[in-house]
Design a protein around this ligand. Structure first.
Ligand code: HEM
Length: 489
């Protein structure tokens, strides 16, 4: 169950945020121990020039960082090439940075690939300020906030039902074949994100620059897949800014090609929807909202903001849970309305987010003025990495953190505030805009699929937890055997 859920809990929203975070982590330290070592965070020893880069080459920095925290404590500094980076590994220090000291740490330091692909014009990647506040507000009002989410309830219900029908059909066609879970939900989730962002679940689009129609699957590749893959590509010049005059041609070609393709497809999609709106066919969508509000945006900003919304929304015990659902719903189909009546379902979701944080490292922050954290002096000019994975695996905060145990979120010991204890959705002013949608979709989908099927992992897949780069995107798609329990009403 743990493995089954770990795949579904993330979604592209989280993967997008994580991919961006990961690539930056790689872009970060081994200066000599600070002069005032009694006030500055302890420094992890590294080599001259490259700092600690050689110790981070396995590309899972959150795990290396968690190990160092056992020696150097919840806050320490490293060097990625020329850049000093402060790493935070406990909930207390992370929250101090994200909430109490936010005003000194409210900007981002982005590596080259992400800067080119986002131009700091996406909500998640912009610095905190008027642009960020206005655009986050627009995103919440039109798509992700409480009222906006109510307007998309039917779209979400349809999506979960479609996925359930696909599963039933596949099981009927070949009851013994293992089913590729990712394949079944990626298309549906992408359809939802297109509907919310543009007003239409587009099946294909003519792209002038390509001189041909592009299918929905290709649109997904240009807008989501290629971007995520490119975003985790490191340019060595990120670590050594003083060498940025040296050309890196292959990197440049790759990033600019991905950008040009994304822009061409986005322009075609936006054009088609503007024509619809000009015909008087308004719909509920992020694009309709931005045009109606007359928000002063350049074409490029509009394209990037809509691209962000599409990318973020698209990504991707049993018996006890089943009994709870039966007690609350009987033979009726479980829906979003039942989520608050299902404490075990909520506990399963929270524990999955804790044990398999979809965003193990938050998007990097930049300390733009001298500040103090956990009593240490943190100088302006440091980059900051917040290691959610280490916070959630910290033995001082969690009993037997390695164990997947939803019960820790149940009963007398559970308080509403615990929902935010895992920091899976971040904290403070940069907290996740899509947490309501992610919770609604993940909980309803888990409940529906458990209500309608018994699940079993494909033989030999137990323990296959390998994830790609810094995201919780599984390297190997999840294959499961399903057995229908009988239709619900
Ligand atoms: C389980 C699923 C998800 C998880 C675990 C997740 C996690 C996160 C985290 C940890 C952050 C904060 C990053 C930071 O502080 O540096 C974040 C930010 C954000 N997320 Fe999510 N996310 C999820 C789903 C979504 C979805 C579905 C959407 C949109 C449709 C979304 C949109 C955003 C946006 C726009 C931000 C930037 C907020 C800001 O900078 O103010 N997320 N997410």
């Amino acid at each position: 169950m743990e493995q089954l859920l770990a795949t579904g809990a993330g979604g592209v929203g989280a993967a997008a945020v994580a991919a961006a975070g990961g690539l930056i982590a790689a872009a970060s330290l081994a200066m000599a121990a600070p002069k005032n070592s009694h006030t500055k965070p302890p420094a992890v020893p590294g080599l001259p020039i490259i700092g600690n880069l050689h110790q981070l080459k396995d590309k899972k920095p959150h795990q290396a960082f968690a190990k160092w925290s056992e020696i150097y404590g919840p806050i320490y500094s490293i060097r990625t090439g020329a850049s000093p980076v402060v790493v935070l590994n406990s909930t207390e220090v992370a929250k101090e940075a994200m909430i109490a000291k936010f005003s000194s740490i409210s900007t981002r330091k982005l590596p080259k690939a992400i800067s080119v692909l986002t131009r700091k014009s996406m909500v998640a990647l912009s610095d905190y300020g008027d642009f960020h506040k206005t655009m986050k507000r627009n995103l919440m009002l039109s798509m992700l906030g409480f009222s906006a989410q109510k307007q998309f309830r039917n779209t979400r219900d349809r999506m979960v039902s479609n996925m359930s029908s696909i599963f039933h059909k596949l099981v009927t066609d070949d009851p013994h074949a293992p089913l590729n879970f990712r394949e079944a939900f990626t298309d549906e989730l992408f359809g939802l994100s297109l509907t919310q962002s543009l007003g239409e679940d587009v099946s294909s689009i003519y792209v002038e620059e390509f001189g041909r129609d592009v299918s929905k699957e290709e649109i997904f590749h240009f807008l989501v897949h290629d971007l995520m893959m490119c975003a985790i590509e490191a340019d060595w010049r990120d670590y050594f800014p003083y060498l940025s005059w040296i050309p890196n041609k292959s990197f440049k070609t790759r990033v600019f090609t991905v950008e040009a393709n994304r822009n061409a497809v986005m322009r075609a999609l936006i054009k088609k929807q503007k024509e619809r709106i000009a015909r008087g066919e308004a719909r509920i969508s992020y694009l309709d909202f931005l045009l109606e509000e007359n928000t002063p945006l350049t074409d490029e900003q509009m394209l990037l903001l809509l691209g962000e919304a599409i990318m973020a929304a698209a990504d991707t015990v049993l018996e006890r849970l089943y009994q709870e659902i039966r007690e609350v719903c009987g033979d009726r189909m479980v829906t979003e309305d039942n989520i608050s009546q299902l404490p075990y379902l909520n506990a399963v979701f929270q524990e999955t987010l804790r044990r398999h944080s979809p965003v193990p490292m938050l998007l990097p922050r930049f300390v733009h003025e001298d500040t103090k954290l956990a009593g240490y002096d943190v100088p302006a000019g440091s980059e900051m990495m917040i290691n959610v994975y280490a916070c959630n695996m910290n033995e001082e905060e969690w009993d037997s953190p390695e164990e997947w145990s939803p019960e820790r979120f149940m009963g007398g010991t559970f308080e509403v505030a615990d929902k935010y204890k895992t920091m899976a959705f971040g904290a403070g002013k940069r907290t996740c805009a899509g947490s309501l949608q992610a919770t609604n979709i993940a909980c309803t989908a888990i409940a529906r699929f458990v209500q309608e099927f018994t699940w079993r992992l494909r033989d030999g897949d137990e323990g296959k937890e390998d994830t790609a780069q810094f995201t919780a995107y599984k390297l190997h798609p999840l294959y499961v055997h399903l057995m229908p329990r009988g239709r619900v009403m």
